[in-house]
Write a protein that binds this ligand. Structure first.
Ligand code: NAP
Length: 244
């Protein structure tokens, strides 16, 4: 039977590559976006032209109602979600002491509560089926310190805690929960840091390059596959050796 994947934040960057890869692996995919409708729809069209099934759905993951509606639309159009990838995320750099409430709260709302909202929206069906897979996109900054990234690092560390604890809670129900912790990946998020910082990050990466969105999509596809059927509660670090 065709598997269905919902990938949050999949109009651009890592999420887009994950949706494209999962579609190539035979999943019907829900491409979620918050603002970039055209980008999400162009990916859906690409997938349709290759004979795959895909829908593009707008929802701010921080908005529980919107996420519930997205899950309902996905189920109606594609079938019940067997794989959820919590990828939508935002980052802001700045000194901890200068971090205002709005920025702090928005980062937690999208990066942490967004994952909670999406999991709670798809979990009832997974529990009924006693099967399912959840993959959270954390970050290497959730595993080690990052100056001027305190709030972001806190949210990504929270996803590691969520992954491990939920994996234990859901294992008896046959649902696996894992995380991928990417290093520095070539996307808009890293471009925003500017050329000097990017060059520094390349230098600090033992494999001597930034990762590609496809590198992370391959890690997600592996964790979602039967080859990873005995893996749960794990954080797969895909960072070119940065944190080794
Ligand atoms: P990106 O290029 O900035 O893309 C972000 C994606 O998330 C877009 O599709 C965006 O949709 C969507 N999004 C943002 N806020 C959203 C919201 N509130 N609700 C729904 N969707 C939302 O980011 P990226 O670099 O691909 O990062 C993807 C994930 O990987 C994030 O969780 C990030 O923290 C993590 N990560 C990235 C790196 C890196 O080096 N790039 C490293 C470690 C971890 P729109 O197009 O509609 O704006």
């Amino acid at each position: 039977m065709e598997q269905v994947a919902l990938i949050t934040g999949s109009s651009r960057g890592i999420g887009r590559a994950i949706a494209a890869e999962l579609s190539r692996e035979g999943y019907a995919v829900c491409i979620n976006y918050v603002e970039n409708r055209r980008a999400a729809e162009s990916l859906a069209e690409e997938i349709h032209s290759c004979g795959g099934r895909a829908i593009a759905v707008q929802a701010d993951v921080a908005d529980r109602r919107a996420v519930e509606q997205m899950a309902a639309v996905t189920e109606r159009e594609l079938g019940s979600v067997s794989l959820l990838v919590n990828n939508a995320g935002i980052s802001r750099q700045g000194l901890f002491q200068e971090m205002d409430d709005t920025t702090w709260e928005r980062m937690f709302a999208v990066n942490v509560t967004g994952a909670r909202n999406a999991i709670q929206a798809v979990l009832p069906r997974m529990l009924r089926k006693k099967a399912g897979c959840i993959i959270n996109i954390s970050s290497m900054w959730g595993l080690r310190g990052a100056s001027c990234e305190v709030a972001y690092a806190c949210t990504k560390a929270a996803l590691v805690g969520l992954t491990r604890s939920l994996a234990l809670e859901l294992a008896p129900s046959g649902i696996r929960v894992n995380a991928v912790a990417p290093g520095c990946i070539e996307t808009d998020m890293v471009h925003a840091l500017g050329p000097e910082t990017r060059a520094m990050l390349v230098e600090e990466t033992p494999l001597g390059r930034l990762g590609t969105p496809e590198d992370i999509a391959a890690a997600v596809a592996f964790l979602a596959s039967d080859r990873a059927s005995f893996l749960t509660g794990q954080v797969l670090t895909a960072d070119g050796g940065f944190t080794v």
